[in-house]
Design a protein around this ligand. Structure first.
Ligand code: PLP
Length: 393
């Protein structure tokens, strides 16, 4: 097929040319005297992305899921009890990871399409009179359903109970795209990867630890090897890594940090919100609805669109890919066939999204879903024209 492929899945996201160029270099000696400058540039700037001055960031050759494991084994003793909310495939997998590692997880089941309920979390913590629960697991942005939960409200619920549990937040599809206030929310472990908001290929797991977590590292007795943060901390302090770092991705990450921080995190967040609202207006103009059941939960990085009764979202995704060179995200497990997902995270702009929305309109019609051609694009573009465009520089 001629022309560009349109990648609109919620990760991996589009890699800007600037980052491709930053990574396109010959490999170097990662034990050289000049190497620590790169390590320090990255580790020194990563906390600003999550609104933190206190966090210690760690970067592993790995992916986001690996950081679930790294966060848990470094902070919790064997058999520890945890509390988690399940409202989509990623929260499910986070819970499964904890269980596979031998932790006991109390699960609050929430219908897919809803967000974490601070009230239910508070009630569960209140029942824990002996304070056995050692951690709360929360997926900030549930990528399967396009639902963003209110981390500040969950923290407030924990505080109302004066509960000492650690707060683990999966920010894989929120960090570097949505507002994230690690220090203000007193998040203990924040988890992400390189291929979503950071606009890079997959291959880096990024974990942020609070000072409270850093103090616990030495007393935790859970066996750990590759993901042991202690040798990582010791090496990082000298500007190095215990094993070979993913050099190309580190060069990319360093440049991505420059891009994000030059734009400013507030502007990054505002840009995602504005672009996402255009997508939602398109969805509503088509007469379709989002999987997220309330506005307060609408995600600014991914929209899961519910297809009408009788239609198969898999067919929409298939024809979009085969005929229109557009990759959309699929419905995961219980949402298979019911939703398709449009990723609007990272390096996208109005016209890229307009192209994706046109592709969705075409694919919907091809799959027998009646939509007025151009209606979604018109609704989105009107919104983008009404609102402040990106500053011309
Ligand atoms: C993508 C994603 C993950 C998994 O990350 P990988 O890098 O694929 O391991 C975990 N949680 C959420 C919320 C995600 O969106």
């Amino acid at each position: 097929m001629t022309g560009r492929h349109h990648l609109f899945i919620p990760g991996p996201t589009n890699v800007p040319d600037r980052l491709l160029r930053a990574m396109h270099r010959a490999q170097e000696d990662h034990r050289s005297a000049t190497f620590p400058a790169l390590t320090r540039s990255i580790l020194g700037r990563l906390p600003a992305i999550v609104g933190s001055t206190a966090a210690t960031p760690f970067v592993f050759p790995a992916s986001g899921s690996a950081m679930w494991e790294a966060a848990l084994v470094n902070t919790l003793n064997p058999g520890a009890r945890l509390l988690a909310v399940r409202f989509g495939q990623f929260s499910h997998l986070f819970i499964q990871t904890a269980r596979n590692l031998g932790y006991h997880v109390d699960v609050i089941e929430v219908p897919w399409g809803e967000g974490a309920s601070p009230e239910l979390i508070e009630a569960a913590l209140r029942e824990d009179t002996e304070r056995n629960i050692e951690g709360v697991l929360l997926v900030h942005n549930e990528t399967a359903t396009g639902v963003t939960s209110d981390v500040a409200a969950v923290r407030a619920a924990m505080d109302r109970e004066d509960h000492p549990a650690l707060l683990f937040v999966d920010g894989v599809s929120s960090i570097a795209s949505l507002a994230f206030a690690m220090d203000a929310w007193r998040v203990d472990c924040a988890i992400t990867g390189s291929q979503k908001g950071f606009m890079l290929p997959a291959g880096l797991g990024i974990l942020y630890c609070s000072p409270r977590v850093m103090q616990r590292l030495d007393s935790v007795t859970t066996p750990r090897a590759y993901f042991d943060l202690r040798p990582m901390r010791a090496n990082n302090e000298q500007g190095f890594f215990p094993s070979t770092p993913a050099l190309s991705l580190l060069w990319g990450l360093d440049e991505a940090l420059t891009m994000l921080l030059d734009e400013g995190m507030e502007q990054v967040v505002a840009r995602h919100a504005r672009l996402a609202e255009g997508v939602r207006r398109a969805v509503h103009a088509w007469g379709l609805s989002l999987c997220a059941t309330r506005k307060e939960w609408y995600s600014n990085t991914v929209s899961a669109v519910v297809v009408p009764e009788g239609a198969d979202a898999r067919a929409v995704i298939q024809v979009a890919f085969d005929r229109w060179n557009l990759a959309l995200g699929s419905g995961l497990t219980q949402l298979a066939g019911k939703v398709f997902r449009i990723g609007h995270m990272g390096d996208v702009n109005e016209l890229m999204l307009a192209g994706a929305l046109t592709g969705v309109e075409l694919a919907l019609q091809d799959s027998g879903v009646a939509v007025t051609p151009g209606s979604g694009v018109a609704a989105a573009s009107s919104w983008w024209r009404e609102t402040t465009p990106r500053q011309l520089t």
